[in-house]
Design a protein around this ligand. Structure first.
Ligand code: CMP
Length: 138
């Protein structure tokens, strides 16, 4: 069993896709063991995406991620990190596989509907960024 952090980003929340995204996870063997609605400050978004701080898109990305409500979730299941990334599809919805979350619900490469941890190390950091142990429920 593995855990990963998922965020339904402000674009997908604004476009009423919360239920659509959760359905994909629940239909594909991923269990939600933590969930909350968040509105990140710019500072919190900068801290969350600190690994991208030198990228050209960092300022725009952190503006977007702090622009409205989002849903943070902990997904649990076998190979949860890879499974979640497969369900999400490629970063750019134009390149994402048919039937993937980003292909079906994302706006563009930045406003791409969902975030998912990319490694066990980032999952540990990202889960701890939003959840304490009392907020993880099995
Ligand atoms: P995410 O999986 O949350 O990880 C980093 C985010 O940066 C990514 O999804 C996109 O939202 C954003 N991103 C990555 N590449 C670009 C890009 N070239 N232009 C704008 N945003 C990007």
């Amino acid at each position: 069993m593995q855990r990963t952090l998922s965020i339904i980003k402000p674009d997908a929340v604004a476009n009423n896709h919360i239920g659509d995204v959760i359905k994909r996870f629940e239909s594909n063997g991923l269990k939600i063991v933590g969930m909350k609605m968040i509105r990140m400050t710019k500072k919190e978004a900068r801290g969350f995406y600190a690994v991208h701080k030198d990228r050209l898109f960092f300022d725009s990305l952190t503006d977007f991620m702090s622009s409205g409500p989002a849903i943070a979730m902990i997904l649990q299941g076998e190979n949860a990190i890879v499974k979640n990334r497969e369900l999400m599809g490629a970063t750019d919805p134009k390149e994402a596989a048919g039937g993937s979350i980003r292909r079906d619900f994302a706006v563009d490469k930045e406003k791409n509907a969902v975030h998912g941890s990319d490694s066990p190390e980032s999952a540990a950091f990202e889960i701890g960024y939003f959840f304490n142990s009392l907020e993880i429920v099995e």
